[in-house]
Design a protein around this ligand. Sequence first.
Ligand SMILES: Cc1ncc(COP(=O)(O)O)c(C=O)c1O
Length: 394
Amino acid sequence: VLTSKNTKRHSRIELVRGRGATLWDAHGVSYLDFSCSYGPIVLGYANEEVNAAARAQIERGALFPWATSQVDELSALVCANMPRATECLFFKTGSEAVAAGARLARAATGRQTIVRCGFHGWHDGVISPFYHWHDADGIAEGREIPGVAGHSTRDWIVWDGRSVAGLDQILAAHDGGIAALIVDPVQFREPIGEAIAACSNTIRRAGGLFILDEVKTAFRVGPGGIQKKYGVSADLSIVSKALGNGFPIAGVVCTNELERFAATAKIKGTYNSDLVSIAAATATLKLLESRNVAARLQQIGSTLIAGFNDLAHEVGVEDRVRAMPFRWDCMPHVTFAGDEGRARSERFASDLLERGIVWLANHMNYISMAHTEADVARFLDACRSVLRGAVTGR
Ligand SMILES: Cc1ncc(COP(=O)(O)O)c(C=O)c1O
């Protein structure tokens, strides 16, 4: 079973190559992949144009002592579709960008506490207590993570995202002390646009900044992420994953007024303007811009979801398992009912893996531009043979 990416060996399968929507193991066995490596792969594995841009940059030099105009070019491309954005500060990972965004918000407001909603990476302030944020029907009880220093979580408050009244209560209890609200938009239910507008108005009324963590959604749900799609805007946005099509890059998107706090807040990093990832991300964004990516990903995702639910009906298990968009069809999710739901999901993924399909258990999966209708048909075919066993556990 696939577990965490960070465990040393997360699967008994040794992957050696990827192209498009396919991965190969050391024995030459191929796998149709729907993990997209937890989201970054948006164009497909080993995209030719992205790789060519990265290779050319490797030849010229991976890193220089100060940022070049390529960094400005990418910053302009990122900001082009984001409302109010004028600057993007670059980092290597989403966790790092979240930490920088939080520091920037504290520096700009002179306040300490940040309210968080959703998964924001693994750094101390945001990992403990740990919740199963990606459960389709709610979040489980939080649990403390060993090794996290108690003081580092003191200035973070968890909001479950269910009601703005709940957020209001938190803000009232910390009158004038909240620097920002950071949310992962996948936590919101429909109508998502209204939920985002309501909580952004609420935090701004309280004098705090609104941070949208678009690590999963930017460049995938739409070119301007959630903000363009729903006509909302954030003071700071965190982007990563699809930005680099697998190359490590993340960004804090903000305005000049906020960016000027970066220097005094010591927001820096040796590899922040690593030019290989900058080149790869620039190529990725140009390719994304030239294709109607969001519509295509939605279309393939909705075909997969509808096909799965028809199949569940045909097999007579539709009351115990369903496919659903994890808010958007481009992030399909299969969820099993009941107390055994998480175990059933793992069995389902492990049975699919035996049939050459990589599917993430208890997590949203992702569609890339490399997926085709034929891939969806192959996935459904494999589901047909594993569904009953996964649902009954026999
Ligand atoms: C919304 C969100 N924020 C932050 C992160 C952390 O990103 P990284 O794993 O690159 O540190 C993730 C990772 O999945 C994420 O989904």
